[in-house]
Design a protein around this ligand. Structure first.
Ligand code: SAH
Length: 394
């Protein structure tokens, strides 16, 4: 096995079990490892640190996966990692919920592998050359452990490009999922489109937050911004919201949401869907003097990296300022950020600026986070990406 030695003083993060070794930290690569090959990483003084996937195309030159030197990274190792990850999600699955994340990359010691379960199908994202090189084994193990009808590859384009990997989107094994596959989350049915939908097809990371938010919506007029397949809208309808307006810029998202309203036999007269840019639509509501009791703001990732933080902060501030101005007095704003680079304290600061700009007094009444199938390793705070606040706007 190829050995890699780090520069003097660069071993601290690995010793603290952080899974990324940046290319600038490498002193010596003893050999010519292929991209994706498992290498042994040592400190400058030759102390063993960890095993990891090597990649000379990426800023993260080694993705660490195992800190115990006595382990052998073979098929049995992958079997036991996958088994452990899958077993830890079983309590989420029930008659009411047949979709969740089974494997969450670094958090499950499988850097670059995401596995989502959608009823009897699995959707994979393979985001590191290390996982790519053992893809066939992983598919075999998942087949044996879960007996799915089909396994689909839905790898995100940008992350693969960073690793120097070609873009993939297609069937890996078994049956193709139907164009609209029905899944259930907290008793609500969703038609999801794995092949064309965003990310791996459905945002299961908002499962708990949708349910929590819905508990405040009975008899209320709700505005669900960035609604996608309708998670917040449908949960609000299930809890007898008076009316729901859902806004998303994607035609497919709006179409899927409408299908999902029908699928759950909710009253379509209660639902207004608007295909539009959220910022534009919020301004239009403001001009029309339209107000809501509850507003959800769940935008896409505004800060893909720390360098984009300033711009993202301004975008979050503007969005939230507008949201606050569209609430009835004492109305609720559920506001989220899924940017790993924006931590909860920074997010609170941005919301404080938005409140000042809006001229509103705001109380935090609850904090939202990512659910149990998206665990955060204590040594890898980058994995904590989803955060939100439930605000009462006075
Ligand atoms: N709340 C959703 C997930 C939101 S994902 C749920 O519970 O499932 C973000 C969504 O924002 C995507 O559906 C995307 O189409 C939409 N989007 C991105 N930029 C937008 C914009 N400027 N205006 C409106 N929608 C936008």
């Amino acid at each position: 096995m190829v050995e890699i030695v780090l520069k003097k003083g660069k071993e601290k993060a690995a010793l603290q079990r952080h899974p990324w070794v940046f290319s600038g930290a490498l002193e010596k690569v003893k050999g010519k490892p292929a991209n994706g090959e498992v290498v042994k990483v040592f400190a400058f003084d030759h102390e063993f640190l960890a095993y990891g996937y090597y990649n000379n195309n990426s800023r993260v030159a080694v993705r660490l996966l195992e800190w115990d030197e006595t382990q052998i990274i073979d098929r049995t190792w992958y079997e036991s990692r996958l088994k452990q990850a899958i077993a830890s999600r079983q309590f989420i699955l029930s008659e009411q919920t047949n979709t969740c994340r089974l494997v969450f990359s670094e958090a499950d010691f499988l850097p670059g592998l995401i596995v989502d379960k959608y009823a009897d199908f699995l959707s994979l994202q393979i985001l590191s050359s290390g996982i790519e090189s053992v893809k066939n084994d992983i598919v075999d193990i998942l087949k044996a452990q879960l007996k799915p009808k089909g396994i689909f590859d839905k790898s995100d384009a940008t992350a693969r490009t960073h690793e120097g990997l070609p873009i993939e989107n297609g069937l890996l094994w078994g049956e193709n999922p139907p164009e609209f596959l029905e899944v259930k989350e907290n008793g609500i049915a969703y038609n999801i489109n794995i092949a064309e939908g965003q990310k791996s097809g459905f945002y299961c990371d908002q499962r708990d937050n949708r349910k929590i938010l819905a508990s405040y919506t009975k008899g209320k007029k709700v505005l669900d911004c960035f609604s996608y397949s309708g998670g917040f809208s449908l949960n609000s309808l299930a809890n007898d919201a008076e009316a729901v307006t859902s806004v998303d810029s994607s035609a497919l998202a709006v179409e899927t949401l409408q299908q999902n309203v029908a699928l759950n036999k909710f009253d379509p007269k209660k639902v207004t869907t608007i295909q539009s840019d959220v910022n534009k639509q919020l301004r239009a509501f403001k001009e029309a003097g339209e107000l809501f009791d509850v507003i959800v703001l769940d935008p896409p990732k505004y800060a893909p990296s720390r360098s984009a933080l300033d711009r993202a902060a301004r975008a979050y501030k503007d969005l939230n300022r507008l949201g606050m101005l569209l609430l009835e007095k004492g109305g609720l704003l559920a506001t989220f950020s899924c940017s790993g680079a924006v931590d909860i304290e920074t997010f609170k600061q941005i919301i404080a600026w938005a409140a000042l700009d809006a001229g509103k007094e705001v109380q935090i009444i609850k904090q939202f986070c990512q659910p149990e199938d998206h665990p955060v390793r204590i040594s890898f705070s980058e994995g904590e990406y989803l955060k939100g606040l439930l605000l009462r706007v006075l």
